[in-house]
Ligand binder design. Structure first.
Ligand SMILES: Nc1ncnc2c1ncn2[C@@H]1O[C@H](COP(=O)(O)OP(=O)(O)O)[C@@H](O)[C@H]1O
Ligand SMILES: [Mg+2]
Length: 366
């Protein structure tokens, strides 16, 4: 590995279970420059196997171990693709930050579990791997999530305007960047996860492309009211959530007979937009700009509802600030790997609720 290189790689595979985002970034300048990217979609059987492991089931340990091996192979493939796309070699890269695939997130019980096999990833790529970013924060009494706000603070803070960064992944999380105030952040609740699950059940596709199906339905007010009553949504920050809180079993329990599937999808979209906006206004006040990243940015009706619910806020993609919305989180894990190697804290205690700043991650040398 290169111990002096400013090039770091990052891998993100989030709760949406869509696949793995890979990025190589140059941290030589104050603002990181993306050198190359790659995305590998999860094959349908891998997504199904990971989804199944999010709930209790038979022979979990073997399944988890075998999936970790399979994931590490895919992570290596994505990393090598990003290197190829940038004309780079493994020894150009100082380290690779790999988030892993969350299957259980239970900070109140003392753990957050990401499937990963960092030793195998180091072996396959020849790059030093930094992994297990969340558990040190959890051990220090924090939520272990979200971890991206520290990076948002680093690249998107502006003295002249109140910005909120919104990441719409499987779960949605926001970062409050108010001039003169400490950075705050938390999970707001569902992002794409329920929309994806419902689309998979009724369309047989991993997601509702462009949000077009949901846009044909009408919101069902009674159902929306029941969904908005989920206790997580009213909780004060710091807070984080996962598939434990929001899943199709929970949704099924809220449904009345006779509601058409397309109306449920429209209502889920409204739930996602409203829960984000209500949490933003309650915890951050009204921002000048809402900078959106994550796959939800491609759901035009969802972006439209956010803009309509925040008429005095400029709602834009982070692309407007020169940062690809699809690779911002992977970039954050490249940055977190660099922080770890330099012995610098990666968490913000105000965000996660940890007792103090901590160096996050475990290092697997190349
Ligand atoms: N063209 C699109 N139309 C609608 N939704 C999209 C589109 N592209 C991506 N998405 C949504 O974004 C999700 C992936 O977002 P991502 O930011 O990778 O989430 P995570 O971090 O949880 O993996 C997909 O599952 C899907 O819901
Ligand atoms: Mg993803």
């Amino acid at each position: 590995m290169s111990t002096t290189s400013a090039l770091f790689a990052g891998l993100m595979s989030g709760t949406s279970l869509d696949g793995v985002d890979a990025v190589v970034a140059d941290f030589a300048a104050p603002h990181p420059r993306v050198a190359s990217t790659a995305f590998l979609a999860y094959p349908a059987d891998l997504r199904d196997a990971l989804l199944a492991l999010n709930a209790a089931g038979h022979d979990e340990l073997r399944r988890a171990a075998e999936l970790s091996v399979r994931l590490a192979s895919l992570y290596a493939e994505a990393t090598l693709a990003a290197l190829r796309n940038g004309g780079l070699a493994a020894n150009d890269i100082a380290a690779l930050g790999c988030h892993g695939q969350t299957v259980r997130h239970q900070p109140a019980l003392g753990y957050s579990l990401q499937l990963n096999h960092p030793a195998l990833l180091a072996e396959r790529t020849g790059i030093t791997v930094v992994a297990d970013f969340r558990n040190r924060d959890v051990a220090a009494g924090g939520q272990g999530a979200p971890l991206v706000p520290a990076f948002h603070d680093c690249i998107l803070r502006d003295d002249g305007e109140h910005r909120v960064v919104l990441n719409i992944g499987g779960i949605s999380n926001i970062t409050d960047l108010a001039p003169g105030k400490p950075t705050r952040g938390f999970d707001t609740g569902p992002g794409n996860m329920l929309l994806d699950g419902w689309a998979a059940r009724h369309l047989g596709t991993p997601y509702d492309a462009g949000g077009e199906w949901g846009a044909q339905g009408q919101v069902v007010p009674d159902l929306l009211k029941r969904l908005m009553a989920h206790p997580f949504l009213a909780q004060a920050a710091p807070k984080s959530c996962g598939r434990e809180e929001f899943n199709l079993d929970w949704l099924d329990a809220q449904l009345d007979r006779g509601i058409a599937a397309v109306e449920v999808q429209a209502t889920l979209l409204e739930l996602t937009a409203r829960s984000i906006v209500e949490a933003t206004l309650r915890e951050c006040g009204q921002p000048d700009t809402l900078a959106v990243c994550g796959g939800g940015v491609h759901n035009a009706p969802l972006m439209g509802r956010l803009a309509a619910l925040l008429p005095d806020t400029r709602v834009v993609s982070t692309a407007d600030f020169g940062v690809s919305p699809d690779f911002l989180e992977a970039l954050a894990f490249a940055w977190l790997a660099r922080r770890c190697l330099h012995g610098e804290p990666g968490n913000l205690p105000e965000v996660t609720g940890a007792r103090g700043p901590r160096v996050l991650g475990a290092i697997y040398p190349a």
